[in-house]
Design a protein around this ligand. Structure first.
Ligand code: SAM
Length: 238
């Protein structure tokens, strides 16, 4: 007979191994193939994740806008208005109703623009188009910001924002060729609103602003758009 005495408890022991793989352990072929196998299993997930992240970033932070008139119909040069900088001129006759294009810029929530970029780069405001509120709601649709991360306007608007991590980097590299001309940003406003020869209509929900010729324009005329009563004109002439 065996006496059924309580057996001494076996102590479980474990050894903690350092997580990092040393070069020596990587030279172990068995371990190396396990690591390769794990990486191969992870690869599809990594690729899918990157694809989803890239697509969403592109969708939200892409530069919008496009020209609807050929390049040689317009000329960018010094404005007829003293100290107004560059202006946009008709290179040929443009009949009333001619579509010029959709205003360029990255669609940015109004608050994000107001609380971040406007604070750090106030000069960007001259070129930022504030969209109307979505009809029938108090929701603000946002602004179209065609300036770069420093608030500077250049000939093309690239996408990207500070809201999505690495967004600006992606638009400087992977999506670098996807950029929109900022020609329409050079249209000044007339000395009196009645002298405007360009007008705009907005498809607010789509975030689209169409610029069109509002009266017959002859070759050589400067194009003018009235900016509206809320535009900040405090920097005019400086
Ligand atoms: C949308 S930008 C027009 C393009 C700008 N002139 C440029 O060189 O890029 C608006 C800015 O142009 C200037 N501007 C436009 N119309 C003006 C006017 N009637 N008088 C003085 N400055 C004007 C102001 O500096 C204004 O903030």
């Amino acid at each position: 007979f065996y006496l059924s005495l309580p057996q001494p408890r076996r102590r479980h022991s474990c050894t903690l191994k350092p997580l990092s793989l040393s070069m020596a352990s990587l030279s172990d072929p068995a371990l190396l193939s396990t690591v390769q196998l794990q990486l191969a299993k992870l690869l599809p997930q990594l690729l899918t994740g990157s694809l989803v992240y890239g697509s969403l970033t592109f969708y939200f932070d892409r530069p919008r806008g496009e020209m609807l008139i050929d390049d040689d119909a317009l000329i960018k040069k010094s404005s007829n208005i003293p100290n107004a900088g560059l202006g946009l001129f008709a290179a040929r006759d443009l009949p009333k109703g001619t579509n010029l294009g959709l205003y360029p810029g990255v669609l940015t929530p109004t608050n994000a623009y107001r609380n971040k970029k406007l604070q750090t780069h106030p000069e960007s405001v001259s070129y930022v188009w504030k969209l109307q509120n979505v009809p029938g709601s108090l929701e603000e649709r946002g602004v179209l910001d065609p300036t770069d991360s420093e608030g500077i306007i250049s000939d093309y608007c690239s996408g990207g924002s500070t809201t999505i991590p690495l967004s600006r980097f992606l638009f400087r590299t992977v999506f670098a060729t996807y950029r929109k001309p900022t020609t329409l940003c050079r249209i000044n406003e007339p000395l009196t609103p009645e002298d405007a020869n360009v007008d705009s209509t907005e498809e607010t929900e789509a975030g689209k602003v169409l610029f069109f010729i509002s009266r017959d324009v002859v070759a050589g005329e400067e194009l003018y758009l009235y900016y509206g009563e809320y535009y900040d004109r405090s920097g005019y002439g400086q």
